[in-house]
Design a protein around this ligand. Structure first.
Ligand code: 5GP
Ligand code: MG
Length: 185
């Protein structure tokens, strides 16, 4: 295994400063819409860990945080088509509450669709979706996120929490991964 991340394989797409601006805008909208409701942010692991940590520190209102572990990709850049929900939030955090379902990226929409169904089954009063990135593609499920930081094209991106085969999550910016012979190369 390489000892260091090879950021030569990544073409920068969003800088740290651009990400900060996007977070400020999003946090303002969420504060406006949720300041009197003590919402529960349910973050999908593992991709949204950096995003949710940065977002909640810009939201000085009463709120709660819980997690859900959704996985659909394995070591591939193409969704396997099935969503595995391995960890779900404490029902007491969700029941009767306005829930903000947070994820790194809205791609096919399968992950957020499955997560939303689970949260409704746990008794959430309402579930709105909030993503760091929304891909500009046609979707079968969850056509639009209720809140999003940025819209991007169809490229496979890494960094700022998003991985490729478990790596690159710790890049502080977002970039397009150059895959040998792949769509992004
Ligand atoms: P969906 O279920 O909407 O197809 O996919 C959402 C999940 O797939 C995301 O939570 C993310 O983990 C993964 N995903 C989709 N597109 C990308 C991408 O461009 N880069 C990375 N690293 N993960 C992606
Ligand atoms: Mg994910």
């Amino acid at each position: 295994m390489d000892p260091a991340l090879d950021s030569a394989d990544v073409v920068p797409l969003l800088t740290e400063a651009q990400i900060r601006d996007g977070l400020e805008r999003l946090a303002r909208d969420l504060i406006r819409d949720y300041q009197n409701d003590e919402p529960c942010l349910v973050a999908c692991l593992r991709g949204s860990l950096v995003f949710v940590a940065d977002l909640i520190r810009r939201m000085p209102i009463s709120l709660r945080v819980d997690f859900l572990h959704a996985s659909s990709y394995g070591n591939n850049t193409v969704s396997s088509g099935t969503v595995d929900l391995r960890l779900v939030p404490d029902p007491n955090e969700v029941r009767g509450r306005r829930v903000i379902l947070v994820d790194d990226i809205l791609d096919s929409g399968r992950t957020l669709h499955a997560a939303r169904e689970k949260l409704m089954a746990l008794g959430a009063k309402e579930v709105k979706t909030c993503v760091f990135l929304e891909k500009k593609v046609l979707r079968e499920y969850e056509q639009k996120a209720d809140y999003r930081c940025f819209e991007i094209g169809h490229e496979f991106v890494v960094g700022y929490g998003l991985d490729y085969a478990g790596r690159y999550r710790n890049l502080p910016y977002l970039g397009i991964l150059k895959l040998p012979g792949g769509a992004n190369s």
